[in-house]
Design a protein around this ligand. Structure first.
Ligand SMILES: [Zn+2]
Length: 408
């Protein structure tokens, strides 16, 4: 298998084996038909890009995507903050255009629109783009790539002051075609901003961000190489708390903006921490095995005391953890999720029925395994769980380190 950026032969360093498509929740009658696909990650020694060995056609994954951005309050607040910050930093006005790639149900664009900035969304998922259009966020149903960008520019005489994409850069297998499209649709002095999970997470036990939809796990040093390939330049970088630790990068045509010190600092840090070496990534294997043993022994101990455990929420990452660690009804009494889109369906691979939150008060588990560990604090403060907390209910946060809260 060759690198999707520079074509060098890549080396596998971590494998999760056969995994189901982790956002495809199942109806009961479809459980028997569920398919699994190899899921393993490799490293390119030439351009440092961490990437999946086998990929799924995006059409299979995204055409009936179940994730709606607007279901999380935390996410909506983040969107508002991003719009405010970018408007100031990039001097966006009512004469500007913000183009968002993979705009989902328009949550982020809504925040820009509220500030009076014209917006346009692009998203391949018909069901989700429809929701955005109904809300008044103009959204084109399409995969973004070079041809699409060229067509958009030619037919509508359109280029963007800001090209924005959150959680898309990691998802696009034909990444060079994508970055060339960004170059094409960006105004000469425009900025493209992308936010995506930082590869550092893999070294901090956050292995559950590995799934078929995430083709790439980026370091800054890999991204600099990638964008250079399309004659683009990264001029600034920031850390954000999204997805348990993300990077936000700022890209322009070469020489348009001065290169911020942040770039030099983070590059030096990555080299110091070995992000340019295969051995660094190979260490993941031992770390995750240790985490698995630790979590299983915690669950066994609780079960041994005759107490019930439920899983709180069924995010993609949670499904990876359950499948890879072999945690299903053998340890969990049930699983709940706030999203009505998941309730009544079965979890991929582990085949547990997703229940509404009320189930917690019917069954009174002593422990909730928080699979959306990246927003564990938000979960523990939720009003819906106030009575659970008052009853002495506890939370098991599995990642980055197994923690039981409140402390015993
Ligand atoms: Zn490469």
């Amino acid at each position: 298998m060759n690198c999707r950026n520079c074509k060098t032969q890549i080396t596998e360093f971590f494998s999760l084996g056969q995994m189901p498509l982790i956002n495809s929740f199942l109806k009961k009658e479809d459980i028997a038909k569920e398919k699994k696909y190899n899921l393993s990650v490799g490293f390119c020694p030439t351009c440092y890009l961490v990437q999946l060995i086998d990929i799924m056609p995006p059409e299979d994954i995204f055409k009936n995507y179940i994730y709606f951005s607007s279901t999380s309050q935390y996410f909506l607040e983040h969107c508002k903050e991003v719009a405010d910050t970018l408007m100031k930093k990039l001097h966006l006005t009512k004469e500007s255009l913000v183009l968002e790639i993979a705009s989902n149900d328009g949550a982020q664009l809504q925040s820009f629109k509220t500030l009076g900035i014209p917006v346009l969304g692009v998203d391949p998922a018909k069901n989700i783009a429809k929701v955005a259009n109904e809300k008044g966020i103009k959204t084109i149903t399409e995969f973004f790539n070079y041809d699409f960008a060229k067509k958009l520019r030619k037919e509508r005489n359109l280029q963007a002051d800001l090209v924005f994409g959150a959680n898309v850069l990691a998802h696009v297998p034909e990444i060079v075609n994508f970055t060339k499209g960004v170059k094409e649709i960006l105004k000469p002095k425009g900025t493209a901003v992308f936010e995506f999970p930082y590869v550092k997470g893999l070294m901090e036990n956050k292995f559950d961000t590995i799934y078929h939809e995430h083709v790439f796990y980026y370091s800054l040093i890999a991204l600099i190489n990638l964008f250079k390939n399309s004659e683009l330049e990264i001029y600034d970088v920031q850390m954000t708390p999204m997805q348990g630790g993300s990077l936000m990068i700022f890209i322009s045509n070469p020489g348009v903006f001065p290169i911020n010190e942040n770039i030099k600092n983070l590059t030096a840090k990555e080299i110091k921490n070995g992000f340019d070496k295969l051995e660094t990534y190979q260490k993941i294997n031992d770390n995750i095995l240790k985490l698995k043993k630790g979590l299983i022994s915690v669950l066994e101990k609780i079960k041994g005391e005759g107490k019930k455990i439920a899983a709180y929420s069924a995010p993609a990452k949670g499904n990876i953890l359950l499948n890879y660690f072999g945690i299903n009804e053998n340890y969990l009494d049930f699983i709940v999720d706030k999203s009505p889109l998941k309730q009544g369906l079965y979890t991929p691979g582990t085949h547990m029925l997703v229940c509404p939150l009320e189930k917690i008060y019917e069954k009174n588990p002593g422990y909730l395994l928080v699979l959306c560990w990246n927003i564990a604090n938000e979960v523990m403060d939720m009003q819906e769980l106030e009575a659970y907390r008052k009853n002495g209910g506890k939370f098991i946060v599995p990642i980055p380190n197994i923690t039981i809260l409140p402390h015993e």
